[in-house]
Write a protein that binds this ligand. Structure first.
Ligand code: NG1
Ligand code: MG
Length: 566
């Protein structure tokens, strides 16, 4: 099981580059980072933590949008671009610099200035580690801080049970148990000028650097039965929890992709009944098919519309989280599915209970999963406002109606669904969002199975690519009209991609801007890119280099790892 493997720790650079399995020239970046670290901090780093990236300008070729936080399986792949963090314990004689856990963080990118911060122990219900993160503005060090973060007060997802990195590993009431002071140097192979670096990759690499420099990864090697053993799965759970600290109640897709992916494969990640992940070769990868097999390439194209997820969370991302959770509660009520009075039941759990699936231990039964999704896509019809009282705008309902439908009472509803998150809407679209989630989850299974079949029947190559493209187009349509996460530029880019000969094209990531991903025959890549460059308005007048950063082919890369300097 890919999620239960340990985090790879390398002490030989050749092995590391081979593991990355990418075409990018990594040696120069790794070397330069180590040299720069020495120049700035006066010593060699002890570790470099790497986590592959996703950012507005370089997303992966994932399938399954806005369903991971409802615990449905997704099919992402890590990309070659990554975040590297070089680190070393601080041994300065200056007393101040010995403060437990104090961090000096620098970034090779000049735009991100040097920052210092220190977690502190404060009494809340008992002593607890604290580290303040400013959620009101985007600050690069927030993502570094998130990697250290302490307890998450709101256990949003039931299975996300790890208790925060600082509090988990350093007993807040034990004066001897303290994280060491550390210097960090960060670099991202994210195209310059693209705004924020990849959030999940930043949080994963920061969490990993923190664990490595505090000797917590080595512990695993000493005793794999140790309760604190850090597996890829536990790193994903920590990073997920940490990322919420920055203010977005995301699911676990990005973190799972960044940590567990393998070169040349996409990853089928399932979150129910617990996290599990399975690498599956894509039809375009070197280890699938034989000579003559049509090979697919995923092309990312940036719409150049920047969506600041944290800043707009209350009307966008977090609103989708609340809409889908409320939809799940109301579905449970209407379908007579058991739901605890304070339970934040997910759309996945409603389905599991309706279908009599097990909720603990065993992996999901594929047949039940598929049958359940087909059934739920119909059952959601009961969320349509016209068929019930309280008709509202365009299949949406007001907060009042939503509370009434939940049969929970105002106070309880507020407590369970609104007290932990800031959202703003006049109408909540329960039907559309739930319909999107179940159909999108079904498309993920179909996409995954087509890829699996393609590796066993390479002769059917081109029909497989067509079928994959169709699923991508259906997903784009659903993201535009049911989930409503696209924007005119993204829709235009997807349309132009089809005109330029793609098998399929769709928005990728949270949406409201960002990138599209298009499936293109390997032999058509150059002409496809040329056509988009010529037809997408915002690309006109861009310099060659800026264009290369805006539209490019990407290959699945392997997940997070650590290099240990001997
Ligand atoms: P992006 O926009 O790629 O960072 C976000 C969420 C995912 C998932 C997608 C939508 C974060 C860190 N990640 O991804 O969990 O919900 O949106 O499918 O916010
Ligand atoms: Mg992100």
């Amino acid at each position: 099981m890919a999620a239960s493997l340990p985090i790879p720790v390398f002490n030989n650079l050749q092995d590391l580059y081979q593991n990355l399995g990418t075409s990018l020239n990594h040696a120069e970046r790794w070397d330069n980072l180590a040299k720069e670290f020495k120049a700035r901090f006066g010593r060699t780093p002890t570790y470099i933590a790497r986590a592959p990236g996703r950012v507005n300008t370089s997303p992966d070729a994932q399938q399954g949008e806005h369903i991971d936080y409802q615990l449905f399986g997704v099919f992402p792949a890590a990309i070659e671009h990554d975040i590297l963090i070089a680190c070393a314990p601080r041994s300065s004689p200056d007393q101040h610099h010995h403060t437990p856990g104090s961090v000096i963080a620098e970034n090779l990118h000049k735009k991100y200035t040097r920052q210092g911060f220190t977690p502190t122990r404060r009494p809340t219900l008992g002593p607890e580690w604290h580290l303040d993160i400013d959620k009101t503005e985007l600050r690069w060090e927030s993502y570094v801080k998130a990697g250290y973060y302490a307890r998450d007060e709101f256990h949003f997802l039931i299975w996300c049970s790890s208790n925060g990195v600082l509090n988990h590993y350093f007993a807040p009431n034990d004066a001897e148990s303290v994280p060491i002071p550390v210097d960090l140097l960060v670099t991202g192979s994210v195209p310059a000028g693209s705004g924020l670096s990849s959030s999940a990759a930043m949080v994963v690499s920061s969490t990993l650097a923190f664990l490595a420099v505090n000797g917590l990864l080595d512990k695993v090697e000493e005793n794999s039965q140790d309760a604190k053993t850090i597996t890829k799965g536990s790193l994903v759970e920590m990073a997920m929890e940490n990322e919420k600290r920055v203010g977005v109640n995301s699911g676990g897709m990005d973190q799972a992709a960044s940590v567990i992916s393998l070169a040349n494969s996409a990853l089928y990640v399932s979150f129910f009944p617990q996290l599990s992940a399975k690498p599956i070769p894509l039809p375009g990868s070197s280890n699938s098919g034989g000579p003559g097999t049509p090979h697919a390439t995923f092309i990312c194209a940036n719409s150049l519309v920047v969506s600041d997820k944290a800043v707009h969370a209350k009307t966008r991302y977090n609103l989708r989280v609340v809409e889908t959770l409320a939809a799940a509660r109301i579905l449970a009520v209407r379908l007579g599915v058991h739901v605890g009075s304070r339970e934040k039941i997910t759309l996945r759990t409603v389905m599991a209970r309706l279908m009599g699936e097990t909720e603990d231990g065993a992996e999901a039964d594929e047949e039940k999963l598929r049958a359940g999704l087909e059934r739920m896509a119909q059952e959601v019809e009961c969320l349509r406002p016209q068929e019930a009282k309280g008709h509202a705008d365009e299949l949406g309902v007001t907060l009042e109606t939503m509370i009434e439908w939940s049969e929970m009472g105002r106070e309880a509803f507020n407590d369970v669904y609104l007290s932990w998150v800031d959202v703003e809407a006049t109408y909540f679209q329960l039907y559309k969002r739930a319909k999107h989630v179940y159909l999108e989850a079904l498309r993920v299974l179909q996409f995954r199975d087509l890829c699996l079949n393609a590796s066993s029947n390479p002769a059917e190559g081109s029909s497989v690519l067509k079928a994959l493209g169709t699923l991508m187009n259906e997903s784009q349509e659903s993201c535009a009209s049911l989930c409503e996460i696209t924007c005119p530029e993204v829709d235009e880019l997807a349309r132009l991609a089809m005109e330029a000969g793609a098998y399929g094209s769709r928005v990728t990531g949270a949406g409201w801007g960002g990138c599209t991903v298009s499936l293109v025959d390997e032999t058509q890549v150059d002409s496809f890119i040329a056509k988009i460059k010529a037809s997408y308005g915002p690309y006109k007048g861009l310099e060659e280099e800026a264009l290369r950063e805006a539209i490019f082919a990407t290959k699945p890369s392997s997940g997070a790892c650590v290099y240990k300097f001997e």
